[in-house]
Design a protein around this ligand. Structure first.
Ligand code: FMN
Length: 172
């Protein structure tokens, strides 16, 4: 089993593609270190097997969780995540949904912290233009922000930097 379990949800494939790019980047610095899973086909036990988790979620329907994460959310209430190290990445559209940019990351990260996990992989919110975000705390997002609609050219370099940050912050 790999050290890190990456669990994503994706309605139209962007978060899925980003998940595999992330695995590709991890493989360069930590070969075989990450296993990718679709949360729509995963159980709580699948997540709890890992001490290190990466969670990928796009925001949908103006400030809502992606469908498969929405369905999984009630299961988190009975999951003990104490001691788990978790890093989030979110997909969103800052131009189209500037009042709800990456909200799903904030909603899900709050729940995961409530279950006892530590959240790592915070990411500066400078370089994005938006009005409001539930993912924003002071000058940071609670995870990496990816905008495949308005800033697709920045995705790869952002992922490359974040992957290195997360590996170091996880202590791996
Ligand atoms: C109907 C609709 C609602 C959306 N709502 C939001 C939103 O509230 N906040 C946000 O940041 N992005 C929003 N988005 C943008 C998506 O998160 C973005 O397209 C993302 O890349 C989709 O990821 P997926 O292909 O993995 O499902 C919305 C997109 C659509 C089409």
């Amino acid at each position: 089993m790999a050290a890190i379990g990456l669990f994503y949800g994706s309605n139209t494939g962007n978060t899925e593609s980003v998940s595999y790019i992330m695995k590709e980047e991890f493989d360069k610095i930590m070969p075989g270190g990450v296993e990718v899973h679709n949360i729509g086909r995963s159980t709580p036990d699948d997540l709890l097997k890992y001490s290190y988790l990466i969670i990928g979620i796009p925001t949908w329907n103006t400030g809502e969780l992606q469908d498969d994460w929405d369905a999984f959310m009630p299961k988190l209430d009975s999951m003990d995540m104490k001691g788990k190290k978790v890093a989030f990445f979110g997909l969103g559209d800052q131009n189209g949904y500037g009042f709800n940019f990456l909200d799903a990351v904030g909603i899900l990260a709050d729940k995961v912290m409530e279950r006892g996990a530590q959240v790592w992989g915070l990411w500066s919110s400078s370089g994005y233009q938006f009005e409001e975000s539930k993912a924003k705390v002071e000058d940071h997002f609670l995870g990496l922000g990816i905008d495949e609609v308005g800033q697709a050219e920045l995705s790869r370099p952002r992922i490359q930097k974040w992957v290195k940050d997360v590996k170091a912050e996880f202590g791996l």
